[in-house]
Ligand binder design. Sequence first.
Ligand SMILES: *Cc1c(COP(=O)(O)O)cnc(C)c1O
Length: 498
Amino acid sequence: MKYNSTRDNSVSVASAEAIVKGLSSEGGLYIPDGIPAVSIDEIEAMAPMSYTERAQKILGLFLTDFKAGEIEDCVNKAYTKAKFGTNSIAPVYKLDKNRYVLELWHGPTCAFKDMALQILPHLLTTSVKKLGMNKEIVILVATSGDTGKAALEGFKDVEGTKIIVFYPENGVSGIQRLQMCTQEGGNVFVSAVNGNFDDAQTGVKEIFTDKAYNDALEEKGISLSSANSINWGRLVPQIVYYFSAYCDMLAAEEIKAGEQVNVCVPTGNFGNILAAYYAKRMGLPIKTLICASNANNVLTDFINTGTYDRNRDFYTTISPSMDILISSNLERLLYLLSGRDAQKVKGYMDELKATGKYTVSEDIFAAVRETFRAGYADDGKCRETIKRIESEFGYVIDPHTSVAVAVHEEYAAQTGDETKTIIASTASPFKFNGDVLTAILGSEELEDKDEFELLRLLSQRFSLTVPPSLGALEDKEVRFETVCAKSMMKAVVNEFLG
Ligand SMILES: *Cc1c(COP(=O)(O)O)cnc(C)c1O
């Protein structure tokens, strides 16, 4: 299998190169030149397997330039009980007769980014070796919260790599700051930037595009890279857990082999739901994909009208990881639905850049409607849903998951569709303890409580165990206290690299 660019079909590289480069040079996204098929018999055969065995099988279909032993090694390093607290890695929780919550947050940072970022460093270092590059990879990340910590945990002490994360000084939650400033590992560095997320992001982009600087680093055997969500090495591990959830439901006799299910995903950059779409195209019996957004409902409008229009107000919500107006991975869907028409995709992306909007052709829109439905939930709806799900089922969900539950409820009520549905749960409620507790208990009980008191309150009131990685933050040493001006970010990188 080779990888083309969504903007140029003449690009054709092996998966190792797609993973190391991340983005194709003309700005397109790498995409496999085919979609491997998995039969119902093969899916049934995966039902008794462990998560790591299922992962080897699915990854092997896409990373055809990797040896089976190389994939096995990457998978076994990434998905361990020690890191995920459970052998099932991504367990399925049955809420009621047709709702199944796929818990993707049992990893070290309590959010679903771990599912990809625990394995990406191993895929990347293996790829570098395969290409005979013999370079040290230095990962630079600007983060608004979840990605930075997940990348730090993923790359921590991975041989042949270093990682530097910049976060906006006043732009992350208390827990998120503590998670990053206490980061362990001999190859990590964290710095706050005096500014907002855009400042941090712009600073990192300037370093990436400074050719003279990158050339000088290359001479020293250092290659800069990003752990960006458009990297194929982040997308492909996400296909695995949809197969795994279906297999778990088969093994528990919740469904019969071949029975169709729906999937509902709280969406930001369109990565997670695109992985579900791939699973469907490969043969996993998925009927409808329901795309759930918060008040930043640019994808809801796109799926309902065929017009993508980012010219709208940006809202800061209680599901911040979905506060996005440009969903980069949608480009891969357009490529697939246009019959791999790279020129057409390039045209849409040029229009998006120039005017902030584009309207897809009738045939692409029809193809979108064949599989996708969409809805959104604002913060009020999201809080109300957290409270109601807790009181009905004694099950506590985080705000991102709540958006998906709310959108699915509205879909089911409008369509009468009672198909069993996998709802992707993307963060532990402990990671968003303040908003979750406010939704259920109201704000009065929370007054004057610090982050750790909130963790304990959530734990005691609902008989839940505080995730060890969050509880341990209270006693951890703060290792990183640097705050730099935006203009000093390159100097920070230089100092760390010596
Ligand atoms: C990143 C993230 C999302 C959005 O996922 P996409 O793949 O960008 O659509 C949803 N929820 C949480 C908690 C996240 O961290």
